[in-house]
Design a protein around this ligand. Structure first.
Ligand SMILES: Cc1cc2nc3c(=O)[nH]c(=O)nc-3n(C[C@H](O)[C@H](O)[C@H](O)COP(=O)(O)O)c2cc1C
Length: 133
């Protein structure tokens, strides 16, 4: 299976980073292919611009989708499964991942008109939360 892992944590000195490394090791051991979007490492721009807002809010699909967004959408289209791996920050996903959804789940891709997003076989959320200290 080809797996797209959307990973979001700012530090390698974290439980979530270790969980990600172990999960990838498991995928390798099971002979799955994978591609990772490490949102902090790739400095993913999580801010919806005004142009993007106008495209989404008013279904203006004549406005071109940004290259970095197209690249993320391509990863979805070429996968069989998607995994979101992130910590809870104030009861939410980290802002960078929320912004990934704002931009990548675009009109004409994830929703009307004529959404072309592939229906993947599996979606998995691996979410860390809480601390014992
Ligand atoms: C800014 C911030 C907000 C957090 N908010 C929550 C929260 O609302 N609920 C929760 O259970 N844990 C919260 N945590 C703890 C994280 O979920 C914790 O980082 C996670 O369990 C993984 O640990 P790690 O950072 O070592 O990977 C928060 C941590 C940070 C840094």
């Amino acid at each position: 299976m080809k797996v797209f892992v959307v990973y979001c944590h700012p530090s390698e000195k974290s439980f979530t980073y270790i969980a990600k490394e172990e999960f990838l090791r498991g995928l390798q051991d099971a002979n799955h292919e994978y591609v990772v979007s490490d949102l902090y490492k790739m400095n993913f721009n999580s801010e919806l611009s005004e142009t993007e807002y106008l495209r989404e809010a008013f279904y203006k699909d004549d406005i071109l989708v940004a290259k970095d967004v197209l690249e993320e959408q391509r990863k979805v289209q070429e996968s069989d499964a998607i995994v979101f791996l992130y910590p809870v920050f104030w009861t939410e996903a980290p802002a960078k991942l929320v912004g990934w959804f704002d931009r990548v789940w675009s009109s004409g891709f994830a929703y009307a008109p004529n959404p072309k997003m592939k229906v993947l076989k599996k979606a998995l959320f691996i979410v860390s939360a809480g601390k014992t200290i």
